[in-house]
Design a protein around this ligand. Structure first.
Ligand code: FAD
Ligand code: NAD
Length: 480
């Protein structure tokens, strides 16, 4: 059965980003349809942010509690993995999207279930699960918000070895005795942290010389040190050459360059992401299937006046909050252009995702937590800024000792010496995730260091680390 329908805006992919695009264009009075092949809510809700953080929350809470005298004795038992899984399952709505359906219905967005693809300019076809076929025409814009998927490297034996990707690592309901994790990026580190605490013996295999290589080097050092202290094996500078699981069952052997092997019951490949653009009809509009989509600051695909690419798929920042920020901007830009005005995307205006360029915040929910915004020292120097970094040990503030006995953490500001504003800030230590937004405001708003002295942190909180950082900057202390 073929059905033709027309909307102002058609969105491909109902992850957090696609949902926010339709929300914004509907709020501006446009009609909108959204196409989803799996679950409304996307990777983030079911196989990424939400389940991973539900697995990690008891891990981090227990770790903090164990550092509080008088409380630690109460939390010395193992985690109850079945309870953790049950809470994770509840957090992801048992992999059902009824709530999202109701919400989209309530804002008047038509949902099409099925695989969507472009069929030339402003046209989208949808092939539904029951063989239904729809042709959707967009009067103003199509937004591709199809996200990303895990990449598996082309290694001998890997496909037959039933490797975990982020999907299995966030949805498994059995604790493997031994888990080998390949990749020292964010997924590798968070999942190594979670599964180690749930009871697996974890071996983390890292190709480079440290963990979390996109953050300041001291972050990866502290996180690796803590993982090792808790009993995980962290091997750096190792390269995986092959994976063997005889007959697809039993233990899995990971073969390293040089011939050493590591055995596990499961192996997780956390080796990065690829855009989900291989079968969305890009070739029908002169674009390369399978590519990340280049966009301008209003999220419009380069060389088009009707196609937008928002969220992971444009590769600007693979984070839910940053994708949703882009969605708010793309929605506003689509609405403004539909109304015939404001094609202007001036930096830091309502139609430009300017923060994508140097003010992206990220919290990694490992133990200790890691949080950073803006540029690292190396990135700032590479970009040609005249900068100085100031570092302090977080144990120097009273709030740290109260938060956790023996609190161990470090903070860094990267200061632009020509303008005396912050280009970046990084924190590693228990509970630093909640420190990050102050830094994001300082970096985004380019608050002068002289004015930051007047932003007084409450006593005795971890935020007093801001004072120590400003003092270190004033006193000319160099990073240790
Ligand atoms: C393990 C893990 C943990 C993470 N944790 C965090 C975190 O704590 N914080 C954070 O900010 N970010 C986190 N991320 C990143 C975050 O998940 C992504 O940045 C976010 O999901 C991107 O949203 P999106 O809407 O662009 O894409 P997605 O969430 O991938 O959604 C895309 C949607 O499009 C649909 N789709 C794809 N192709 C088609 C098609 N042809 N037709 C119809 N539908 C289609 C998909 O089914 C999917 O529902 C994590 C990622 C992983 C892997
Ligand atoms: N808390 C959060 O904000 C959070 C949590 C999880 C994921 N994410 C997002 O999801 C995205 C994907 O995360 P990810 O960890 O998969 O990707 P990533 O790019 O952060 O890390 C992948 C790592 O795998 C390594 N690698 C690649 N190929 C390899 C190989 N063949 N052998 C060994 N190592 C190899 C890379 O060097 C890299 O360090 C990230 O960009 C991140 O922003 C965010």
């Amino acid at each position: 059965m073929e059905n033709e329908h027309e909307y102002d805006v058609v969105v491909l992919g109902a992850g957090p980003v696609g949902e926010n695009v339709v929300d914004r264009v509907r709020a501006a009075g446009l009609t909108a349809a959204i196409v989803e092949a799996e679950l409304l809510g996307g990777e983030c809700s079911y196989w990424a942010c939400m389940p991973s953080k539900a697995l990690l929350r008891p891990v981090l809470a227990r770790s903090d509690a164990r550092k509080v005298p008088g409380l630690r004795e109460a939390v010395y038992g193992p985690l109850d993995a079945l309870d953790v899984f049950a809470h994770r399952d509840e957090t992801v709505g048992h992999w059902k999207d009824d709530g999202q359906v109701d919400w989209l219905d309530s804002i008047g967005v038509r949902v099409y279930r099925g695989h969507g693809s472009l069929a030339g300019p402003r046209r989208v076809t949808v092939d539904g699960p029951e063989g239904e076929h729809h042709v959707l025409t967009a009067r103003h814009a199509v937004a591709v918000c199809t996200g990303s998927r895990a990449v598996l490297p082309p290694l001998p034996g890997l496909s037959g070895a039933r490797p975990w990707t982020s999907r299995e690592a966030t949805s498994a309901d059995r604790v493997p005795g031994r888990l080998v994790v390949v990749g020292g990026g964010v997924v590798g580190v968070e999942m190594a942290t979670a599964w180690h605490a749930l009871g697996s013996h974890v071996t983390l295999l890292v190709r480079g010389d440290g963990l979390l290589p996109r953050m300041e080097p001291f972050v990866g050092e502290r996180v690796a040190e803590a993982l090792r202290a808790r009993g995980a094996d962290v091997l750096t500078g190792v390269s995986v050459e092959a994976v063997v699981r005889d007959g697809g069952s039993g233990p899995v052997t990971v073969v390293l360059e040089g011939g050493d092997t590591v055995e596990g019951d499961e192996v997780l490949f956390a080796t990065g992401r690829a855009p989900r653009t291989e079968s969305v009809g890009l070739e029908t509009v002169g674009l390369e299937p399978g590519s990340w989509l280049d966009v301008d600051d209003s999220l419009r695909v380069t060389g088009t006046d009707w196609l937008y690419a928002v969220g992971d798929v444009n590769h600007r920042a693979l984070l839910t909050h940053q994708g949703k920020y882009q969605a708010r901007i793309a929605g506003a830009a689509i609405a403004a252009r539909a109304a015939g005005g404001a094609s202007d995307a001036a930096p830091w205006g309502p139609l430009a995702a300017s923060a994508d360029h140097g003010a992206v915040p990220q919290v990694v929910f490992c133990d200790p937590e890691a949080a950073a915004v803006g540029l690292s020292l190396a990135e700032a120097e590479r970009a040609g800024h005249r900068v100085r970094a100031v570092d302090v040990e977080m144990s120097s503030v009273a709030g740290a000792g109260l938060y956790a006995q023996g609190y161990r953490g470090r903070a860094r500001l990267v200061v632009d010496l020509d303008r005396e504003v912050l280009l970046g800030a990084t924190f590693v230590g228990p509970a630093v995730g909640e420190l990050l937004h102050a830094a994001t405001v300082a970096v985004t708003a380019e608050v002068p260091v002289a004015r930051l002295w007047h932003a007084v942190p409450s006593y005795p909180t971890l935020s007093e680390v801001w004072l120590r950082l400003l003092e270190a900057y004033r006193d000319g202390a160099d990073p240790a």
